[in-house]
Design a protein around this ligand. Structure first.
Ligand code: ADP
Length: 191
């Protein structure tokens, strides 16, 4: 199995690179943001609760996203591996993920972190907001809340994986295919 955490602030390009990575390595893409948006679209109780926090740019509670990941790991036992996108976003989520994966007799092999400056992130998200229809992409103040959530709660997750010797940073600014090939180079050093 190959389990990768694709890490970086909102707008770093995790969704774009995940798509290319799953095509190449046939991994299952687990994006908690996509799962939450699907819950909202289906107007589930969970979705209704998460929507308010998401629209404000705040994180949803750890137990909500940990439960969704647990379900997906159980539903995809035959997968060759997973790309975690937008998860874990707190150290508590990272610890829970380690426990869940060890129950499945596996672990995270690598965290790939896309680094992008805050000004570039804000610019990208405002452009994405013109077509994504996402309330959290359309207003600079909400984008800054998301970047602040990242800086205060999520950035420490990198330190967590650094402590396990699994952290690699990749420059997230530049040509999409060049960034992709830098990610692949790191992945191929794992196997
Ligand atoms: P982006 O790539 O722009 O960061 P995501 O689609 O990953 O967006 O997430 C959108 C929103 O969904 C976040 O701002 C947050 O409210 C919620 N969310 C997604 N994943 C998590 C998570 N692991 N923990 C808490 N909240 C999450």
């Amino acid at each position: 199995m190959l389990n990768i955490v694709l890490f970086g602030p909102p707008g770093a390009g995790k969704g774009t690179q995940s798509q290319k990575l799953i095509d190449k390595y046939q991994l299952k893409h687990l994006s908690t943001g996509d799962m939450l948006r699907s819950e909202i679209a289906h107007q589930t109780e969970l979705g209704l609760k998460a929507k308010e926090l998401m629209d404000a740019g705040l994180l949803v509670p750890d137990e909500v996203v940990i439960g969704m990941i647990d379900n997906q790991l159980n539903a995809n036992k035959e997968s060759k591996g997973f790309i975690f996108d937008g998860f874990p976003r707190t150290v508590a989520q990272a610890q829970a993920l380690d426990t869940l994966l060890s129950n499945h007799l596996t672990s995270i092999h690598l965290m790939l972190a896309l680094t992008v400056t805050e000004e570039e992130l804000v610019k990208r998200l405002l452009i994405r907001g013109e077509s994504s229809g996402r309330a959290d992409d359309q207003d600079e103040a909400k984008i800054r809340v998301r970047v602040n959530e990242y800086n205060t709660k999520t950035a420490q997750v990198a330190t967590y994986y650094e402590g396990q010797g699994k952290f690699k940073a990749i420059d997230g600014i530049g040509d999409i295919d060049e960034i992709f090939s830098a990610l692949c180079t790191e992945i191929e050093q794992v196997g």
